[in-house]
Design a protein around this ligand. Structure first.
Ligand code: 5RP
Length: 223
């Protein structure tokens, strides 16, 4: 599995050209992409600016010597490459397994080009085998949790390794929804968008045009 993730990370780095502003995703797959950019900067003198999507990626990129700017310091991002937790046949996706969905969605929104890199296990006909993370403001979060319970979404709190509610990079909580089959992701996204106290959710509908997938036969591109 690590090898498949590495293959897509390296493949995606081929789309990065000199002078680009590059969105750097979060997670174990995106980390291989970031690593490859670090290698190209070091070995080939690649000249780019990175815009990171989490504190974890900022730390990795800084260690690799990738020059960074925040999303507010650039006019736009040329290309963002990120992982995903689940992708349906229409290229809608669920993200946020690594708790970075808010920054990931903001950076993706201001990117001219956006690519997901995954191993084949992330592809499914309909979304729902992965939980839908919902980032909420702490004030009133218990009310939102109850609302999700009543709606039948079987919510759980995202916890840190000490069993406390996880605090995201942007100082919010995460509630994970366990919905077994999401046939209409747009409807669910709209409902979550309209819920007061919800900052953002992990449904990335209609945002990506290109997915680089690796399986044991090699790497392919779905568009
Ligand atoms: C982080 C994400 C990640 O991109 C997603 O969880 C995939 O991670 P991995 O490549 O480790 O499976 O959305 O918030």
């Amino acid at each position: 599995m690590e090898n498949l993730k590495k293959q897509v990370g390296i493949k995606a780095a081929e789309f990065v050209k000199d002078g680009m502003i590059v969105g750097l995703g979060t997670g174990s797959t995106a980390a291989f992409f970031v690593e490859e950019l670090g290698r190209r900067i070091h070995d080939e003198g690649l000249n780019i600016i990175g815009v990171t999507t989490s504190s974890v990626t900022s730390e990795q990129a800084s260690k690799l010597g990738i020059p960074l700017k925040s999303i507010d310091e650039v006019d736009f991002v040329d290309l963002t490459v990120d992982g995903a937790d689940e992708i349906d046949s229409k290229l809608n996706g669920i993200k946020g397994g690594g708790a970075a969905l808010l920054m990931e969605k903001i950076v993706a929104t201001y990117s001219h080009d956006y690519i997901w890199i995954v191993d084949e296990s992330k592809l499914s006909e309909n979304l729902g085998s992965f939980k839908v993370p919902v980032e909420v403001i702490p004030y009133g979060a218990e009310q939102i949790f109850r609302k999700f319970t009543t709606a039948g979404y079987a919510p759980t709190w995202r916890e840190d390794d000490k069993g406390n509610k996880l605090i995201t990079d942007m100082h919010h909580y995460l509630i994970d929804l366990h919905i077994s089959e999401i046939k209409h992701p747009e409807q669910l996204a709209q409902e979550l968008d309209l819920t007061v106290g919800v900052v953002e959710h992990g449904l990335f509908n209609n945002m990506v045009k290109k997915v680089i997938v690796a399986d044991h036969d090699g790497v392919k591109i779905i568009e």
